[in-house]
Design a protein around this ligand. Sequence first.
Ligand SMILES: CC(C)(COP(=O)(O)OP(=O)(O)OC[C@H]1O[C@@H](n2cnc3c(N)ncnc32)[C@H](O)[C@@H]1OP(=O)(O)O)[C@@H](O)C(=O)NCCC(=O)NCCS
Length: 143
Amino acid sequence: MSVEVSVVTEVTDELVGHLNRLLPQLSSSASVLTNEAVRDVVESDASTLLVATRDGALIGMLTLVVFAIPSGRRAWIEDVVVDESARGTGAGEALTRAAIDLARRRSVRSVDLTSRAARVEAHALYQKLGFVTRETNVYRFTL
Ligand SMILES: CC(C)(COP(=O)(O)OP(=O)(O)OC[C@H]1O[C@@H](n2cnc3c(N)ncnc32)[C@H](O)[C@@H]1OP(=O)(O)O)[C@@H](O)C(=O)NCCC(=O)NCCS
């Protein structure tokens, strides 16, 4: 069966349970998601939470963040992860293509993302879809 990508509009215990199975596969230091935390994402005007399903099973997620700044409307892709059991079957590509389509429809000038060097599969995915490396430093101020 093919992968379906949809925008999350409703937060249920079941959804949060699925997301809590996915998130540790992205980051071992991620906190357990509460319904409130997921609602914060889903109800945000800036963030769009996309999920990939196959045969009704949730197998992946991605969040697109769109924001306006003086140089134009821009976007970030964050928290992309596909369940280990479903990798290599097109879900990551379907999620990323859906995010790019959404960004295009919202008149975004560019879509950025970061990915650690060790994430070989992710780099191959993004490059396949046309993302190019930017020569810039990424800084973080931790609060
Ligand atoms: C990166 C990730 C999201 C890819 O999802 P996926 O559903 O397995 O990827 P897809 O099946 O859609 O593959 C799409 C493309 O990604 C690349 N890719 C995926 N798996 C790969 C692998 N094991 N080796 C090399 N390239 C790979 C290929 O370019 C592939 O295209 P192809 O099938 O034409 O070769 C998934 O591996 C994952 O969740 N990894 C752990 C978390 C992570 O690294 N997230 C990204 C954070 S930036």
